[in-house]
Structure formats: structure tokens, C-alpha cells
Design a protein around this ligand. Structure first.
Ligand code: DAK
Length: 258
């Protein structure tokens, strides 16, 4: 692959968007490659947690590639939007946990990519924003949908309508970012969090992800019922027997992920 690196190490996979000269901007080639990597990882039973980050020390992803986009016609723009929406949606719904390790600029499509991940750990140098309106377009990789669900409608409108960047303290304050670390420790901390999640009951983490993601799109009563169904489903797993037996026997659970 030209622009995306994927390193699998046991239960963890690290996906690196690798166009540092363009601040890791997403051109269509990069979006396609990211899609292929995510499809492969989704069906990899060994991998429990995926970390997505950007190459270099300046940028996570500085948005969609403006140079490539400038001359698109309406149909090409639509096709690019649909492609990226599908890839980001696959990230949101893949069975594994996905952590964005935001090492710098997360702008436009970069902020939308981070928002599609399950959580966002960020370096003190990270900056977030949806500057699309400064380019005469609206966010189109689901930024108008995921951002308000993450931080609320009013704050999302402020970020999208002004196009301003926010620093990491502000991103943390409004709940866009889960944790903030020194740039040098970001990846170690992301791996630490990934290893902890990977040591838990795999099916339970995966089902909890589905319950949260899908439940938030349902009315409350349907969501409660869905949660109960998912809770019940856990009792068909070996992990549930192992987790509870380990507690009773006062030992650490050894989950098999089934
Ligand atoms: N695209 C292409 N190249 C980019 C880029 C981008 N988004 N961001 C940076 N670069 C390139 C710069 O052009 C420059 O390349 P050279 O001039 O060296 O060839 C190189 O990366 C270094 O950038 P700078 O020289 O500008 O670096 P600075 O430190 O001075 O500034 C910056 C860093 C991040 C503040 C600045 O580069 C910047 O403002 N970048 C643009 C950020 C931005 O506006 N991002 C949002 C893009 S719009 C769609 C749906 C969604 C979208 C599109 C379509 N459809 C439904 C079709 C999404 C849109 C977006 O994401």
C-alpha cells in the first residue's frame, strides 16, 4: 500500500495514515487503502483493538485532500463522499475497539475520522476543527452527524459554522477527547489502553460497542430491550462462564473470545 501502514502485533493492530508531506490528508487512494485495511482487520479474529494514528509529529489527518478535491464535479464529489462515509461507518461498526491516537491536526475529514473511532486519545499538540465552510463546502464524511452526537448540537454548530480550530484543552473540556498526553507518551498510553481492553471479554466488549452505537439510534424503550437481548446473549459465551468462574475462584480470567 502507498499511503496506509498496518502493523499487527498479537491482539493489537496499528494503522498509520502515511502522507506526512501532505499532513496525512486523505486523497481517494488513501481512503481506498484505509477501507481495505479496515475490511481485513474486521475479519481478523486475533486482533482485538485497532489504533489509528498519523505519520510524523505534526498531523493526525489534515482533512480530505483539497488539491485533489478542487476540480471534482458533482458526481465525483458524491462518489468520494459515499466512499469515505462507508469506510468511516465500517470503522464505527467493526467488532474491534478502535482508538484514535490524535498526534496533531485533526481537521475536516481528520476530525470526522477521529469521531468515527470509539475513543480519542490526544497529544498536547493536537488541534481539532471542521474548516469545511472556509472552503465553501459542508462536512461530508458524517461530521454533521457524529460531532453533534459526541459533543451536543450547540457546540458542534459553533465548530462547524465558524470553521475555527480548537486546541486540545478545549477538546478535552467538551468531551471530544478522552485523555490528553505528552506527545512522546501518546502511543505508549494508547497501547496501554488497547492492551487493557484486549484483556477483557472480547465478545462482551464487542457487544457493548454494538449496544451503545445501535442503541443511541433507537427510541429509549427499544434500546432497553436491545440491551437486555445483548446481555442475554453474553450467557451463550464461554467468556461469561470463564469470567464469573474466575471471580469465584479468585483468579484472573483467561478469556478465549468466544
Ligand atoms: N489537503 C491537501 N494538502 C494539504 C492539506 C489538505 N487538507 N493540508 C495540508 N496540506 C499540504 C499543504 O498544501 C502543504 O503542501 P505543500 O505546499 O508543501 O506542497 C503541506 O501539506 C504542509 O501544509 P502547510 O504548509 O499548510 O502547513 P502549516 O503548518 O503552515 O499549516 C494547517 C498546517 C493544517 C493549518 C494547514 O495546512 C491547513 O489549513 N490545511 C488545510 C486544513 C483543512 O482545511 N482541512 C479540511 C479539508 S476539507 C466530501 C466530504 C467531506 C470532505 C470532502 C468531500 N464529499 C462528500 C465529497 C471533507 C473535506 C475536508 O476535510
Amino acid at each position: 500500500m502507498e499511503n496506509v501502514i498496518c502493523n499487527v502485533n498479537g491482539k493489537l493492530a496499528e494503522v498509520i495514515i502515511n502522507r506526512p508531506k501532505a499532513l496525512n490528508a486523505l486523497n481517494s487512494q488513501t481512503i481506498k487503502e484505509l477501507g481495505e485495511v479496515i475490511d481485513d482487520l474486521s475479519s481478523n479474529k486475533e486482533v482485538k483493538v485497532v489504533i489509528i494514528t498519523g505519520s510524523g509529529d505534526k498531523s493526525f489527518v489534515a482533512g480530505a485532500d483539497i488539491k485533489e478535491m478542487r476540480d471534482l464535479n458533482a458526481m465525483e464529489g458524491r462518489a468520494l463522499g459515499r466512499l469515505a462515509q462507508k469506510v468511516f461507518s465500517n470503522i464505527e461498526h467493526m467488532p474491534q475497539t478502535v482508538i484514535a491516537a490524535v498526534n496533531g491536526y485533526a481537521l475536516g475529514g481528520g476530525c470526522e475520522l477521529a469521531s468515527a473511532c470509539d475513543m480519542r486519545l490526544a497529544s498536547k499538540k493536537a488541534k481539532f476543527g471542521q474548516p469545511e465552510v472556509t472552503l465553501g463546502i459542508t462536512p461530508g464524511f458524517a461530521g454533521t452527524q457524529r460531532l453533534p452526537r459526541l459533543i451536543g448540537k450547540g457546540l458542534a454548530k459553533e465548530i462547524i459554522f465558524t470553521g475555527d480550530m480548537i486546541d486540545v484543552e478545549e477538546a478535552y473540556r467538551i468531551g471530544l477527547v478522552n485523555k490528553v498526553y505528552d506527545p512522546d507518551e501518546l502511543m505508549d498510553k494508547a497501547r496501554e489502553m488497547a492492551n487493557k481492553i484486549a484483556s477483557r471479554g472480547t465478545v462482551a466488549v464487542s457487544l457493548a460497542k454494538a449496544a451503545i452505537n445501535d442503541g443511541l439510534n433507537m427510541d429509549t424503550e427499544s434500546a432497553y430491550k436491545y440491551e437486555a437481548d445483548i446481555f442475554g446473549l453474553c450467557f451463550s459465551t464461554e467468556d461469561q462462564k470463564e469470567g464469573m468462574t474466575a471471580f469465584i475462584e479468585k483468579r484472573k480470567a483467561d478469556f478465549k473470545g468466544c
